[in-house]
Write a protein that binds this ligand. Structure first.
Ligand code: ATP
Ligand code: CA
Ligand code: CA
Length: 433
């Protein structure tokens, strides 16, 4: 399959940052998970712990390659969140382990965030603005309660919130979250849908040089596409989306979107096996092509991985520090379907398969979720105020109040969710419901 992103190795400009992020995550996650599980307390939601890493190490932190400071936020809350999302602690650590761990999804989009994939493509690290970081901490309890009450939520699954800082460098805040797209299946089309039509079009002419670009609402409508779910799946999907949006409205969040990746089962993965280029994606931007780099390391076998996983579990149990350079993570093509622990919308090979009006399975698998949900209305308003002087039309239209944003979103997504048969019927003017 196509390798997405640029490999972050020692020669990469962000190598030190990436290395420090992973070292910090590994240390803090194994530290928390080594303890006996317990119920959350109020204090857990505000908790933060600061660690200093250096080359020599001390009684608290192991030695690291570089000097840096790492801050871990609400570790117990995230431990419970990970367990709610059915992540296996050893598996999580394995994915975020090893030397050539990450690939970077292009450089900053509009927001300036960086995206990194874990080596096995299961997890995404997204750098976030300080305002988003503060906001996530503020809403953490609401988010947690929502996830508890809605195990099948479509919202981004947050697994950790951290901060890293190198000497004389700036503070970098980041979250670890689920990659909605599967490591082992090719995504043939990607859409980022907000329910707005103004400015929501990717120039079709540009698809030629960037065939994997993320398309938007107008491209969806122009192609007369639908989220093809028969009655059973449609009901479940819309019900969950409404519950999720109710929370977002309440928390005055906006600017989020439904990310939809479509895997066409008939096309399968075949064409990618022939694809020998590395696609470098920039969120919302152009894509470049680079020749595939030569593999930097041997890919561990399944057996090796199983053995390493067992070792890691043992280490967590024994509270042993985890060695830094273990390259245990699996490559996408040797992974079986992980099914995300049976979570409803991720249960068809990691996604949600289309169905017909009679609930028969359909021809595509959708990989979908509500992303970019840390933008508070107040933040947008301030940005808009700032931009007003430049009369930026985009900022004006996006700044509709969160209630209206949410309603428009639900209306749009509901309207495009219908089986192939239903869509056909309506086109012919028969029984519209
Ligand atoms: P902006 O604020 O300008 O919209 P952003 O930097 O906040 O951008 P997002 O909107 O969160 O970025 O994501 C940008 C793109 O990155 C998405 O359109 C999608 O292609 C990819 N992406 C983001 N989150 C995920 C995810 N959880 N799984 C897979 N892909 C993702
Ligand atoms: Ca976005
Ligand atoms: Ca954003």
């Amino acid at each position: 399959r196509v390798v997405v992103g640029t490999k972050v190795d020692q020669n990469h400009v962000n190598w030190v940052t990436a290395y420090n992020m992973l070292t910090g995550i590994r240390f803090t996650v194994s530290r928390t998970n080594a303890k006996v599980d317990r119920d959350l307390t109020d204090a857990d939601f505000d908790a933060r712990h600061k660690f200093s890493f250096d080359i020599t190490g001390n009684e608290l932190t192991p030695s690291a390659k570089y000097d840096f400071k790492f801050k871990d936020y609400a570790p117990w809350v995230f431990r419970h969140l990970r367990s709610n999302f059915r992540l296996d602690p050893a598996d999580y650590l394995m994915s975020l382990t090893s030397k050539y761990i990450l690939s970077e999804l292009g450089s900053p989009g509009k927001s300036g965030s960086f995206f990194y994939f874990s080596r096995d493509y299961k997890y995404i690290i997204k750098t976030i603005h300080h305002a988003e970081h503060k906001f996530l901490r503020k809403i953490l309890r609401d988010y947690y309660n929502h996830v508890k009450a809605n195990p099948n939520t479509l919202l981004s699954q947050f697994y950790g919130l951290h901060r890293v800082k190198i000497p004389y460098g700036r503070k970098i805040h980041f979250v670890v979250m689920n990659n909605l797209f599967p490591p082992h299946r090719d995504i043939h089309r990607t859409f980022d849908l907000k329910g707005s039509t103004i400015g929501r079009e990717f120039r079709e002419e540009d698809l030629e040089k960037n065939p994997r670009a993320t398309l938007k609402d107008l491209n969806w409508l122009n192609r007369n596409l639908h989220l093809e779910f028969g009655p059973t799946k449609k009901r479940a999907f819309i019900e969950q989306m409404k519950r999720d949006v109710t929370l977002l409205r309440k928390l005055k969040i906006m600017d989020y979107s439904l990310l939809v990746g479509i895997h066409d089962l008939e096309r399968g993965n075949e064409e990618n096996l022939r694809d020998k280029t590395l696609k470098v994606f920039q969120p919302g931007g152009e894509a470049a092509e680079e020749p595939l780099p030569t593999p930097l390391m041997r890919t561990p076998s399944k057996l090796e991985n199983a053995r390493k996983a067992k070792e890691l579990r043992q280490m967590i149990k024994n509270q042993k520090p985890i060695p830094m350079d273990q390259s245990t993570s699996k490559m996408p093509d040797e992974m079986e379907d992980d099914g995300r622990g049976g979570l409803y919308f991720y249960s068809d090979d990691g996604g949600f398969r289309a169905t017909h009006e009679d609930d028969r399975p359909g021809e595509v698998i959708y990989y979908l979720g509500i992303i970019d949900c840390l933008t508070h209305y107040g933040f947008i308003k301030r940005a808009e105020h700032f931009f007003k002087g430049f009369s930026n039309p985009e900022s004006q239209i996006s700044a509709i109040p969160p209630e209206r944003y949410g309603d428009r979103f639900v209306r749009f997504i509901s309207a495009i969710t219908k089986s192939r048969e239903k869509a056909e019927q309506e086109k012919n003017g028969e029984g519209i419901d």
